[in-house]
Design a protein around this ligand. Structure first.
Ligand code: NAD
Ligand code: TYD
Length: 355
């Protein structure tokens, strides 16, 4: 039986990865390690929390001693590391939190994995069959102009404190492969969207605001471009790379799906009007151009050729389909959105796990 420790499993992407692994691999034990920051919500995992192959541990990856003792106790065979501070705007107001979790936290996990895996035989031989999968972002590559795509060999050029902290963590992961032979893989994915996305990010924020007739804030001129992937397609890519990727390699993950922010919000407004049975153009009236984000990267776009050709990966849904599923999820889970916006979700852990 394999034990896989997934960090950040109560967050947006992590919860989809945990569900995918718990349901698809009943013979694995899936350990979800999460500090339950503002972004962690165990309600995301209500449907699988009673499964016999699922364990939740509340722990903070910045606490080296605690992480070391969890690794000693549970002896995971694999790590999928998603825990992070993930919002660019928050990184502009509090960069240190990003250094602590994204850089120091990652190094703490690398050290703990290296320690227990080399312990098995007293040498790097114990690394056989083990895997440390670091989940990263396309934002480490910086910004593109009007043309071109990020490949795995594009030089790192981060601009925000968030992307700088993720770039730094990627460098440490590579350094542990080069220096100690730790069996690592890295995935650099484009912007995700889908169910359980925290409503501080563009798509869920706009869904929430349309439902509540509030302004839809578009930074700057709205011409910034992002490459969007449905979150479950990201979880599928992680599953594939975790099991089939080559040690020491990085894989870009994306769906060749670029949208300028303004066009994306207009598409969202159109679908929301239809689904809410409101006259066409109702939601779009809420679009409001606001002050730009400092250091705002113009364009991200992923070349996902490597993961497609080497591992046969392809996204399963088009953007229009994924967006429609996402809006439907928010419309049928307004309680989730209300709990998140009111802060009530933060009591779920106390109720479920502390009696
Ligand atoms: P998220 O903010 O929704 O979730 C992060 C999770 O990590 C939360 O559950 C939080 O409680 C946990 N966490 C934060 N600090 C922690 C700490 N110190 N110790 C333990 N747990 C902690 O993030 P997300 O959007 O799901 O992103 C997950 C990962 O994927 C991140 O590493 C992010 O950089 C990467 N990523 C995100 C996107 C995206 O579009 N959201 C795209 C590419 C890559
Ligand atoms: P976001 O969802 O924060 O993801 P990231 O910054 O990681 O790409 O933002 C996506 C894009 O939308 C980005 O160009 C910033 C822009 N944006 C707005 O225009 N208004 C908003 O209120 C937010 C949150 C983002």
């Amino acid at each position: 039986m394999k034990k896989i420790l997934i960090t950040g499993g109560a967050g947006f992407i992590g919860s989809h990865v945990v569900r995918e692994f718990v349901n698809k691999y009943p013979d694995y034990t899936i350990i979800n390690l999460d500090a339950l920051t503002y972004a962690g919500n165990l309600e995301n995992l209500r449907d699988i929390e009673d499964k016999p192959n699922y364990i939740f541990i509340k722990a903070d990856i910045t606490d080296a001693k605690q992480i070391r003792s969890i690794f000693q106790e549970y002896q995971p065979d694999g790590v999928i590391h998603l825990a992070a501070e993930s919002h660019v705007d928050r990184s502009i107001t509090d960069p240190t939190a990003f250094v602590m979790t994204n850089v120091i936290g990652t190094v703490n996990l690398l050290n703990a994995a290296k320690e227990i895996w080399s312990d098995a035989t007293g040498s790097a031989q114990g690394f056989a069959g083990k895997r440390f999968h670091h989940v990263s972002t396309d934002e480490v590559y910086g910004t593109l102009g009007e043309t071109g795509l990020f490949t795995e060999t594009t030089s790192y050029d981060p601009h925000s404190p968030y992307s700088a902290s993720k770039a730094s963590s990627d460098h440490f992961v590579r350094a542990y492969y080069d220096t100690y032979g730790l069996p690592v893989v890295i995935t650099n994915c484009s912007n995700n969207y889908g169910p359980n996305h925290f409503p501080e990010k563009l798509i869920p924020l706009c869904i929430h605001n349309i439902l509540n007739n509030k302004p839809l804030p578009i930074y700057g001129n709205g011409k910034y471009t992002r490459d969007w992937l449905y979150v479950i397609d990201h979880a599928r890519a992680i599953d594939l790379v975790f099991h089939k990727g080559k040690d020491g390699e990085a894989y870009n993950v994306g769906g060749f799906n670029e949208w300028q922010n303004i066009d994306l919000v207009k598409e969202l407004c159109k679908q929301m009007d239809e689904k809410l049975d409101r006259p066409a153009g109702t939601a779009a009236k809420l679009i409001t151009f606001v002050k730009d984000r400092p250091g705002h990267d113009l364009r991200y776009a992923i070349d996902a050729t490597k993961i497609n050709q080497e591992l046969g990966y392809e996204p399963s849904v088009t953007f229009e389909e994924g967006l429609s599923i996402t809006i439907d999820w928010y419309l049928t889970n307004q309680e989730w959105l209300d709990n998140v916006t009111s802060g009530d979700y933060q009591q779920y852990y106390e109720k479920q796990y502390q009696g």
